[in-house]
Design a protein around this ligand. Structure first.
Ligand code: PEP
Ligand code: MN
Length: 300
């Protein structure tokens, strides 16, 4: 007998598409995620310095990004690697938002940092290594900010949905899911990009889904191909690492695009986005009524 997705994921009923909630559209500044505009979030893995961040912000803005990414608090696999600029990094992100109008997404690693990160950022990122940290999920949910929830590197789709359900349970409906690659037996690349997972999430949940081709492959040469795959699989946007000089980056340089590579990728992605029948660039977004307010569809 065929088991329905509702039965299969019965533990997390509120994240599933239902009769009353077919699509969650997350409002951020003057645009929305999960609506009819494809949203690119781009920037360095880590905020390193003012010149690095400002140059990157201006460049990604011109190339069509809506959101500036950049880690101020960095979860690193090695305890001796660069751990981020902390509060100083948050202040630089705010300065970049002021100069460019880009929204800010940045990771919050600890419950105790949630108030300060929520004060500065427009979207709080819960990283792969934190996806199952329930007290962090509760704290970010209560902040009221939209949450970019990255799939854990060894998390199943059901695990990801459970974490999303926790955030909804604490009263925050603005959850954005992010596929960033998972660990498999394949070691040629940093991770295995679960494109089928994106297609499945788009089919069964009402939440926006973002593809992170950078962490998924770990090699800048492959980022544009994975971005195309993410778009074809139905993602609502991308999270991409960009650095003025990737070879000198303090973290994730191998997978970071330089400015020219990012610009070329963005131009090359436009026809793929248009094939989906959604908008690639902001100048046409007004036609779809997404400038200004974009309320959530009723939760019932
Ligand atoms: C990041 O976005 O830089 C990051 C640390 O991602 P992840 O949590 O997916 O490893
Ligand atoms: Mn990174």
């Amino acid at each position: 007998m065929r088991v329905s997705w509702q039965e299969r994921f019965a533990e997390t009923p509120d994240v599933l598409i239902g009769a009353r909630l077919r699509r969650t559209v997350v409002p951020v500044l003057d645009f929305a995620i999960g609506g009819d505009e494809f949203i690119t979030m781009a920037g360095p893995c880590s905020v390193e310095s003012e010149p690095q961040l400002m140059a990157t912000a201006h460049h990604v803005r011109r190339a069509g990004a809506r959101v500036l990414r950049g880690g101020a608090f960095k979860p690193r696999s090695s305890p001796y690697a660069f751990q981020g600029l902390g509060l100083e990094g948050l202040k630089l992100l705010v300065a970049a938002r002021k100069e460019t109008g880009l929204a800010i997404v940045t990771e919050v690693m600890s419950e105790s940092d949630v108030p300060v990160v929520a004060e500065f950022a427009d979207i709080l990122q819960v990283g792969s290594r934190s996806m199952e940290n329930v007290s962090l999920l509760e704290a970010v949910a209560r902040s009221g900010r939209p949450i970019l929830l990255k799939r854990g590197m060894v998390a199943t789709i059901a695990d990801l949905l459970r974490s999303a359900q926790v955030i909804l349970d604490y009263g925050n409906p603005n959850v954005i899911l992010c596929e960033r690659g998972i660990r498999t037996f394949e070691t040629a690349l940093r991770n295995t990009f679960d494109a089928a997972g994106i297609a499945l999430l788009k089919q069964i949940t009402h939440l926006p889904v973002i593809a992170d081709p950078s962490h998924a492959c770990g090699h800048r040469d492959l980022v544009p191909a994975l971005a195309r795959i993410g778009i074809a699989a139905g993602s609502d946007g991308l999270l991409v690492e960009v650095h003025p000089n990737p070879d000198k980056a303090l973290s994730d340089g191998d997978q970071s695009l330089d400015f020219a590579e990012f610009e070329a990728m963005m131009a090359a992605l436009e026809p793929w986005i248009r094939l989906r029948g959604i908008t690639a660039r902001e100048e046409t977004s007004d036609e779809h009524g997404h400038a200004g307010s974009c309320p959530l569809e009723a939760v019932g």
